[in-house]
Design a protein around this ligand. Structure first.
Ligand code: HEM
Length: 148
């Protein structure tokens, strides 16, 4: 389970917030799956390129929203079940805007990529494993939104 792993996850998160923006993660995201770009539409306007998307305030707001969710998960690591209902609803909202469950794994990959770039050798196999578990738990809870 997640027990006993909150320390590595917490310190990885602190280092990340200090030293790295989320932008590199998003560049990675669109590299891995360019089809995700059209899902981000604000005022019914499609972005012509990832660069255009990355420089839009609404998209940067979404990054902040993702960070808040991950941050909440990190702070409730011992007790993720209290976020379950919120995450299920969040999943439903994503289904409604056309996101596929599988795309969350791509987001996870870019997150791990960013952590690796940020932490270097400190991103040990243990830390990686703890992060994967945390993110999987979040995605699993969001996934319930597709089932119901
Ligand atoms: C809202 C797309 C992944 C958290 C939204 C919206 C879109 C969207 C279009 C509505 C507009 C907006 O608020 O900006 C996507 C896509 C994703 C993705 C295409 C990746 C495939 C995630 C992940 C999280 C997340 C991984 C958190 C772990 C949120 C939150 C909102 C949101 C908190 C606001 C919901 C609300 O208004 O109550 N997302 N999202 N998103 N997303 Fe995502």
């Amino acid at each position: 389970g997640l027990r006993g792993q909150h320390q590595p996850v917490r310190s990885a998160w602190a280092a990340l917030v200090r030293r790295w923006g989320f932008l590199s993660c998003c560049c990675r995201l669109f590299d891995l799956d360019p089809d995700l770009l059209p899902l981000f539409q604000y005022n019914c306007k499609q972005f012509a390129s990832p660069q255009e998307c990355l420089s839009t305030p609404e998209f940067l707001d979404h990054i902040r929203k993702v960070m808040l969710v991950i941050d909440a998960a990190v702070s409730h690591l011992e007790n993720l079940s209290c976020l379950e209902e919120y995450l299920c609803n969040l999943g439903k909202k994503h289904q409604a805007v056309g996101v596929k469950v599988e795309s969350f794994s791509t987001v996870g990959e870019s997150l791990l990529y960013m952590l690796e770039k940020c932490l270097g050798a400190a991103f040990s196999p243990d830390v990686r494993e703890a992060w994967s578990k945390l993110y999987s738990a979040v995605v699993k809870a969001m996934q319930r939104g597709w089932e119901t």
